[in-house]
Design a protein around this ligand. Sequence first.
Ligand code: ADP
Length: 341
Amino acid sequence: MITLESVKKVFRTKDGEVNAVDTVDLHVQQGEIFGIIGYSGAGKSTLIRMLNMLERPTSGNVTVAGKSLSHLSAGELRKARQEISMIFQHFNLLWSRTVKENIAFPLEIAGKSKAEIDSRVNELIKLVGLEGRGGSYPSQLSGGQKQRVGIARALANNPKVLLCDEATSALDPKTTESILDLLVEINQKLGLTIVLITHEMHVIRKICHRVAVMENGKVVEQGEVLSVFRNPSQNITKDFVKQVTEPEETVDTIKHLVEEFPESKIIRLTFVGGSAEQPVITQLIRKFDLSVNILQGKVSQTQNGPYGSLFIQLDGEQESVDQAVAFLHEHQVEVEVIDNA
Ligand code: ADP
């Protein structure tokens, strides 16, 4: 659906040249949710803006849905932009227009009839869960509702690709979850290809199929989300993975429990998208005749499986504990034994 070949973007400033995007090659397949992660200044915004020519590459080629964007006339580019729409961190709504009028805007520009516009707007309002809010102004909506308007407006002309520029960064965690759920629903229902940029690994973990990691304008690592999480090759990727797998409790804060239960084994289980937490723990009890007590930690369920860490207390024969540890490894759960030392 999207191909980038040796794409570069150089900004010339009074202080010299900035290689914002430096020789990037990427392929995004039709129907996938592709995430690009990096810290601030990595080049993510510049990259995503080149996917609909809000920014022109200095060199290299961007192809979307079989069309090379660099060679389009102004008219063709306008048309192409209907197929590649975008949502933004700060929503970019028209504040003097109602929800319905915001969603209708791209349909008016595309020259649709009033009847077509009305019926499409109602359909979109239902799709994004804004029934009853069509007459509200953006200032009367919550952040999550504003982003729902942004999504409805972006979908109005049936695009092939939806670009999401830090679409949940201005939202609280609970609203973020609901917007990400909506993006998954749209991806599945409409088969829409989604490309998102973010600095938050939990967003990637929750909804993306594949991920590219950017640093200093370059893509330093890319692949299936699950395999990148299990085997990050770059230090920056390891840092991002830690964002979502490190529990808030550290080994230090758990040490007192090790002293409290000197006969028990205290271990940390880190789930990186393999087997689900509940069946694994049930197996430890049933199969290996161990007593298991969950002490602290949190695992969350995502599209890509369970992610997070738990500290657990195990009591039983040493042989059973060893077998249990081997069993956990087989089920892609990382195990760290916390000892007294
Ligand atoms: P990110 O989205 O990952 O934070 P950006 O793509 O915004 O990164 O920026 C990448 C680099 O390009 C940064 O060093 C930034 O300062 C620079 N940059 C971005 N836009 C411009 C611009 N219009 N003019 C000059 N430099 C820019």
